[in-house]
Write a protein that binds this ligand. Structure first.
Ligand code: ATP
Length: 317
């Protein structure tokens, strides 16, 4: 009889993590595993506990209790070893005066202990990957937001870490820079890196990540693929409704009808959430709207957006 295949070993393993700042319980019993080569999105509202968790992963803070292992190494007891394995990109990074892009990366290459020849080779690779080669002699504090973000990513990659921990890397970037950044993340993942990335932009993370972790008030409230998230609470249906005339009529109608709520309003009407996704319930809803005199010009069921799934998860807490 053949042996069953071995279970994969997590490359990041977080167990019952707690961290409080005075009376603020920022992280309350967070546990999860990340497997080699995964791109994981870490999602939560402002103050949910993302940065606190990531700073402990990156050896920059200590938990009150619980543990984190990276490649099987404990972050609290062996921070120096862990720092060799991770690349940490913080959400805010200062720029240095009187330094060019090349000097900046060279400085960090030295800090990572890269010797002259290896450093020169690695700097060239990183600058090419992040498209910084045309900017080598530009002062590091005179870069655009997108260039600066690529510089910080370049710095994070210098020692070729296995695991990247990126805190809100796409914040403040224009749409083009966001797409470029997304492509870089995909290339890094294809090259075998494990990537843990926080963001508020759910749809973007959905395209980029294999799996998503939702955190709310210091607790993990969902862990799964974007697809499993869209299916979550799929007994509800979202319908986009467009009207001729006053779109407020839809709001008034929703208030009068049980089992229906307004997810959001737009210029021509809004999106309504039906508690039942049965075809009969959807047909009955349209019939009732028409019978009540709403001038419906368009009525169609929408695929659930990740944002809606997130809101539903939070409501269910
Ligand atoms: P954001 O998306 O706004 O960055 P976040 O999910 O990263 O939010 P954290 O920065 O982890 O959230 O903060 C979680 C909670 O802990 C917040 O209430 C925050 O004010 C608090 N907090 C974080 N760091 C400290 C600190 N050093 N001292 C006091 N409170 C802190």
């Amino acid at each position: 009889m053949s042996e069953p295949p071995p279970l994969p070993v997590p490359i990041i393993s977080v167990r019952d993590l707690h961290r409080a700042f005075g009376s603020v319980r920022a992280v309350r019993g967070v546990s999860f595993d990340v497997y080699p080569g995964q791109v994981v999105g870490f999602i939560g509202a402002n103050g949910a506990g993302k940065t606190t968790t990531m700073r402990i992963m990156a050896t920059l803070d200590m938990p009150d209790s619980g543990s984190i292992g990276i490649c099987g190494t404990d972050v609290v007891n062996f921070p120096t070893e862990v720092r060799q394995m991770i690349g940490w990109m913080p959400d805010a990074y200062g720029s240095y005066e009187h330094m060019t892009v090349l000097e900046y990366l060279d400085f960090f290459g030295r800090a990572f202990g890269l010797k002259r020849e290896a450093r020169g080779k690695r700097l060239r690779e990183v600058m090419e990957f992040t498209d910084l080669a045309p900017l080598t002699s530009r002062p590091a504090n005179k870069l655009s937001k997108g260039q600066n973000q690529r510089l910080c990513l370049g710095r994070t990659l210098l020692h070729d870490p296995k695991v990247l921990i990126l805190d809100e890397p796409a914040a403040g970037l224009d749409p083009k820079a966001r797409i470029e950044f997304k492509n870089l993340v995909r290339l890094l993942a294809d090259g075998g890196k494990t990537i843990f990335i926080s963001s508020h932009i759910l749809s973007e993370l959905g395209e980029m990540c294999d799996t998503m972790l939702f955190i709310d008030a210091g607790k993990i409230v969902h862990h799964g693929s974007a697809e499993s998230l869209r299916r979550h609470n799929s007994e509800a249906a979202l319908i986009d409704v467009r009207l001729v005339g006053n779109p407020d009529a839809l709001r008034a109608w929703v208030e009068m009808n049980p089992g229906v709520e307004l997810a959001d309003a737009h210029r021509d009407g809004g999106r309504v959430r039906l508690t039942s996704a049965e075809p009969e319930a959807i047909t009955a809803c349209l019939r009732k709207m028409l019978a009540d005199g709403l001038t419906v010009t368009d009525f169609h069921r929408e695929e659930r957006r990740l944002e809606d799934a997130f809101v539903d998860i939070l409501k269910a807490q």
